[in-house]
Design a binder for this molecule. Structure first.
Ligand code: UD1
Length: 435
């Protein structure tokens, strides 16, 4: 697989999915992308060498490693052992440039650790995104409450806290994952107590807090919507294993139901997927816990179910495209409501190219199920949309060609290999239409 981070363009590739296979077999889920990236950023908070385990072999990890190197760290990535080691010097550089930040929005999570460690940070604004405007106002508001002065100049956020940060009360309007993470990572080294109300409660936030606690941070209320953080003078390096990826596990679960298959998902955490698995059960799936994960089986055409996305423990927005793919071939009509990212229905136009009967109105999509979709060329607009289109291709007549699959490389390690091992027919090849 050609994977280039900066400088040279990645070779454009596409997937050719031949419809009709049932996904049957076993898969293993590694650590969550959305956790590992933040854990890597959190390593900046302590001088010394930290180790993160269960790291997926995906492009975003390479981008974050490169970003940390530019900040002055030595970063090693052992793909076989699925671990990353980060050696953090006493003095860090404080600038995260646009060439990396624009490739991965999650780069913004170095903002909190850099202000906490250096008293200043210059982080490029990430710019446009295919799934909505994704503001940073709550990140800025939270860090400003802790005493940072943050200005936007020449495409950068310039954050300054020459006297250090001071604990404060931060109440979010909405439980933003990224803003909660940035404020937590800044507050652990602030002087005094920070209370975050309406904090995000995603398992990846719990994972981050647990790593910070292992580094010596004092955080109470982990897993709840109020976090109380008492700042400490210094943290120490850590060896931490990331939480399994619930979105990847959920993608396989939907894949089993959609193709009337039978997949055992090793490493999948049932307790992190309660609502999605409840919905799949309502579709007719049989779900069993196994020793190190769970098994999803389906033996008839799925029934339609309504779904509304919400912050955790609500239904994850990152599984919405897969649920739309499922609803497209289910029996009956489903109402899918997107409450987190305004523009996430953009990919619906690609689903319509596959024959899906979908009408959107604002943040609602009405999906009328049909027995089968019809293969066509489509385009992955982001990671999760790409996964939804691959699943749709599995139940489409003929061949579905999905272009711009570099998006999938950002979140699904070994996706094609796993799909084929489960019985699908998916070929990855250079895209002749994109030179
Ligand atoms: C993270 C995940 C993403 C997931 C999302 C919601 C990573 C790398 N990405 O994204 O996969 O879909 O959580 O579970 O972990 N918002 C503002 N102002 C802010 C911050 C957010 O308006 O300052 C809005 C966003 O535009 C969006 C909503 O709040 O509409 C949710 O965003 P947030 O929870 O922050 O998601 P991310 O951290 O960007």
């Amino acid at each position: 697989m050609a994977r280039t981070i900066v400088g040279v363009d990645t070779v454009a590739e596409r997937f050719e999915v031949t419809g009709g296979a049932r996904l049957i077999g076993e898969v293993a889920v590694t650590g969550a992308k959305n956790s590992v990236l933040k854990l890597m950023a959190a390593a900046l908070l302590a001088q010394g060498t930290s180790t993160i385990r269960a790291v997926p072999n995906i492009l975003d990890v390479d981008i974050m490693a490169e970003l940390l190197r530019r900040l002055g760290c030595d970063v090693g990535h052992d793909v076989e052992q699925q671990l990353v080691t980060i050696s953090v010097p006493q003095t860090l550089h404080h600038q995260a440039d646009y060439d990396l930040v624009r490739k991965m929005r999650a780069s913004i999570c170095v903002l909190g650790p850099l202000i906490a460690r250096c008293g200043l940070a210059d982080v490029a604004l990430p710019g446009g995104d295919a799934i909505g405007s994704r503001g940073l106002d709550m990140h800025i508001e939270g860090l400003t409450k802790l005493g940072a002065d943050i200005q936007s100049e020449h495409g950068y956020l310039l954050a300054r806290a020459p006297q250090g940060l001071t604990g404060a009360h931060v109440a979010f309007d909405f439980p933003s994952v990224g803003a909660t993470e940035n404020v937590v990572m800044a507050a652990v080294l602030a002087s005094g107590v920070t209370v975050i109300d309406n904090a995000a409660r995603e398992p990846e936030i719990v994972d981050l807090c647990q790593m910070l606690i292992a580094m010596g941070a004092s955080i109470e209320g982990v897993g709840g919507s109020t976090l109380t953080i008492e700042g400490v003078d210094a943290l120490s390096s850590v060896d931490h294993t990331a939480v399994p990826d619930r979105v990847v596990a959920g993608t396989w679960a939907v894949g089993a139901v959609l193709t009337q298959g039978d997949i055992t998902i090793h490493g999948g955490r049932i307790d992190h997927l309660e609502l999605p698995l409840e919905k799949l059960h309502a579709c007719g799936a049989v779900i069993d816990e196994v020793a190190d994960g769970f098994r999803v089986r389906m033996s008839s055409r799925p029934q339609s179910v309504d779904v509304a996305t919400l912050p955790y423990p609500g239904f994850p927005t990152d599984l919405q495209p897969m649920i739309i793919a499922l609803a497209s071939i289910s029996e009956g009509t489903a109402m899918i409501t997107e409450n987190v990212f305004e523009a996430r229905f953009m990919f619906v136009n690609e689903m319509v190219r596959l024959g899906a009967l979908i009408r959107t109105d604002g943040h609602h999509a009405v999906v009328r199920g049909r027995p089968e979709l019809s293969g066509a060329p489509v385009r992955a607009t982001d990671i999760r949309a790409g996964a939804g289109l691959v699943l749709a291709g599995l139940v489409a007549d003929g061949i579905t060609t999905i272009s711009e699959v570099h998006h999938l490389d950002r979140g699904y390690p070994g996706f094609v290999e796993s799909l084929n091992a489960l019985g699908a027919s998916v070929v990855r090849s250079p895209d002749p239409d994109i030179g």
